[in-house]
Design a protein around this ligand. Sequence first.
Ligand code: TRP
Length: 460
Amino acid sequence: MPNRDHWSSSLGFVLAAAGSAIGLGNLWKFPYITYHNDGGAFVLVYLGCILVVGLPIMIAEIMIGRKAQTSPVGAMRSVVGRAWAPVGGLGVLSGFVLLGFYSLVAGWSLRSFVQCLGWSFGGFDPAVDLGADFGAMASNGGLQAFLGLLFMGLTTAVVAGGVKNGIERVARILLPVLFGILAVLLINSFRMSGSGEALRFIFEPDFGRLQGRGILEALGHAFFTLSLGMGAMITYGSYMSKRDSIVKAAGVVVLLDTLIALFATIIMFTVIFSQPGMREQIGKSTAGMLFITLPSLFYTGVPLGNVLAPLFYMLVAFAALTSTVSLLEVVVSYFIDEHGVSRLRASLLCGIAIYGLTILCGISLGSVDGISNFEIFEGKAGLFNTLDHLVANWLLPVGGLLTTLAAGWFIPKAVSRAELLDRDTRFFHYGAWSFFVRFVSPLAVGTILFFVIFKGADFS
Ligand code: TRP
């Protein structure tokens, strides 16, 4: 397709794809599941999952997209076979649903940013009950709809701008800022008293404390954090030029995503462990760590907290935006490539439709009764929790399993060889990759699904 919009360079792809991967998963989810699973050994298992399952599937997805030069539905159809088009369709559906509630959490980061700015200038009152404050925000349907609107509006504007002038440009600006803020926070955290304990918690493995559930959680999160299993990397890969090295780009994206998750966790745990008693207290509300515990700790225990707290929430919002953009792009690219809709029209219509779902999720956190209470999956009350569970436990693993099977068993070896082997792949062993996508990844993902179906496990 000669007129297809492409990244301006290999770096353009890497930044956009890293922007997709680095998101709330790194800053919100990873720290609290690490906490939950007692650190050390869990982190090691997670790193193993990233290397053994995540990287090979990331390479497979980019390869399918780059070869096809079209969105996931057409890509699966043309590279793998007619019968595989619905797998791409499943990805589009997953993107739609995931963005519906992800944009809401992303909106909370904007709210925390504004709240922190207020404290930085107006002074922080240590007596306020931030838990109650957060609860009140969650159950305020109007506020949820407003925050979601802000975020979906921003996301839609970026995607409407196009691949090079929208998505890549935003990633080029936001990602370096994000790395810069993170570096400042990281350096600052090494001056704080809790940093030693934080590092030991994260990096000292104690396998006696690792549970089976933790291993599966690590595997599920490897998918989520690398944006795999729903065609996002297929879509971004489809804007990649034939000159660029897939393996090298995938390696850099995976490395960046992993480093950012680890750095964010070090920073957050240092802040928490630096205050006496916090480590025990947080045990009860790990999910609220990012939005409830951290804001107050920044103002009561972090040197320069006044400056760093707003910066930190700006970082969260930036990370979230480059992820929501890629979620919307999966849906939008489907309508552009499969139905010939213009980019502007597709972005607006998809943006509005998904925002409809965002509103529904926003009022399902307590503000409207029926939609907040129904229970399809045990213990997951309300639309927000139901969709979160559906995506993390079902849609992404199923999508990932089918993608790895497609890449390993149904794409001719000549095709994958031609796509993957280039002058930059001296360290890449094709046979090893092939072994991983054929046997290791399907077995690993199949195990997740087995536990979800037969043992009622939960990864959301
Ligand atoms: N990787 C994102 C994060 O860590 C979340 C995510 C999952 C995602 N699947 C995606 C983002 C697909 C974009 C596209 O927050």
